[in-house]
Design a protein around this ligand. Structure first.
Ligand SMILES: [Zn+2]
Length: 355
């Protein structure tokens, strides 16, 4: 099969299984000793066509395409350089492996179908940096026999000699990570989106998706739109994880890169129904999640797509928050790194996705 088409097919399969969403994650394939193909930056998997796949020279990183290669190109290059046997690489932000990889462990270990699965975790570095690629390379060199590794607080690297092997690696990592979280954190939470009461703005008026939206919820929507004129869509996520956090936590600090990018640097959660400063909910500039006590969270966006993305990322972040509190420790991201990622995302990546 044409390797460009193969990349697209694997992307579709991962997308169908929920392991790849939106423009997050990327896929690459080795053509020969010196050349690879990689998915472009900022394109939705549903929209990918063979001509968009970028050819990259491993030696000088020169590219052949009118598209920009994925922002994690350096990580892929590091993997191909460290493992000459590898021909296919998938990078995902899949939920359970990423959550387990935010707890500060060196390895995620669990039994799956009688096999003792070991997933090494590369130390944290900001996404897209040389430091991250160096951390991944070191980890691969240390664990030569493992095809799957986690980049702490970020996502996975799944390697194989053929595409199916990398795909299987992604699925096995997810299963092993679920069991790890079950064993160490007593967690059996689904990754999900359960829509409560959502709305959007049309010609200056709030349009509620459901005609039976209760008065107390309408008040929350009104407050969000009043305090955040940049927001046009509010999506209410009542997933199990979001509800647990809305009931038990007082604030969320980022454990995952995509939370810092899409949601913000920290989110406060109201501790009583009278709210904060006499308001029911805490609405802040550049923070795209608003919790309601014991009722999940409202995810904000300028477009419907942005709000939906925030809802997905928030659910994963809530699963991570619960895992961290049950595990007793975790690797929280530094405030400085969060500010950097949030700014960078708002300035460049979101614009690219919109285009
Ligand atoms: Zn990534």
């Amino acid at each position: 099969m044409d390797p460009r088409q193969e990349i697209i097919n694997i992307g579709k399969q991962l997308h169908d299984q929920g392991l790849l969403v939106r423009t997050w994650g990327n896929i690459s394939c080795r053509l020969d000793k010196d050349r690879i193909l990689i998915t472009p930056s900022g394109i939705m998997y549903e929209d990918l066509t063979p001509d968009m796949i970028v050819e990259v020279n491993l030696k000088d990183l020169s590219t052949k395409s009118k598209y920009k290669p994925s922002s994690e190109l350096l990580v892929h290059v590091a993997c191909y350089n460290a493992r000459s046997d590898v021909r296919f690489i998938i990078h995902t932000h899949q939920v359970f492996a990423t959550v387990a990889g935010s707890l500060g462990v060196k390895e995620i270990r669990a039994m799956v179908d009688g096999d003792d699965i070991r997933i090494p975790c590369a130390p944290y570095a900001l996404p897209g940096t040389k430091k991250l690629a160096a951390n991944v390379k070191k980890t691969i060199e240390k664990y030569r026999s493992e095809n799957g590794i986690v980049m702490s607080n970020h996502g996975t690297i799944c390697m194989g000699t053929i595409s199916d092997e990398a795909l299987e690696c992604a699925m096995e990592m997810e299963e092993a990570s679920k069991r790890f979280l079950h064993g160490y954190c007593h967690m059996d939470i689904e990754s999900e989106f359960i829509e409560g009461f959502s709305s959007h703005i049309n010609s200056g008026k709030i349009i509620y998706d459901k005609p039976d939206t209760p008065y107390r919820i309408k008040k929350i929507h009104e407050e969000i739109y009043e305090r955040r004129p940049d927001v046009k869509y509010v999506i209410h996520n009542k997933s199990e994880a979001c509800r647990i956090v809305s009931r038990r936590a007082t604030h969320m600090k980022p454990l995952l890169d995509d939370f810092a990018q899409l949601i913000g640097t920290s989110v406060r959660i109201p501790i009583n129904h009278h709210g904060h400063d006499g308001r029911r909910v805490i609405v802040r500039k550049n923070i795209n999640a608003v919790f309601a006590l014991d009722d999940g969270a409202f995810c904000l966006g300028e477009t419907k797509d942005d709000a939906q993305a925030a809802a997905l990322v928030l659910d994963k972040a809530c699963i991570a928050q619960i895992a961290a509190s049950r595990y007793g420790s975790a690797n929280f991201l530094s405030y400085r790194d969060c500010i950097k990622m949030n700014r960078h995302y708002r300035n460049s990546y979101s614009k690219l996705a919109k285009r």
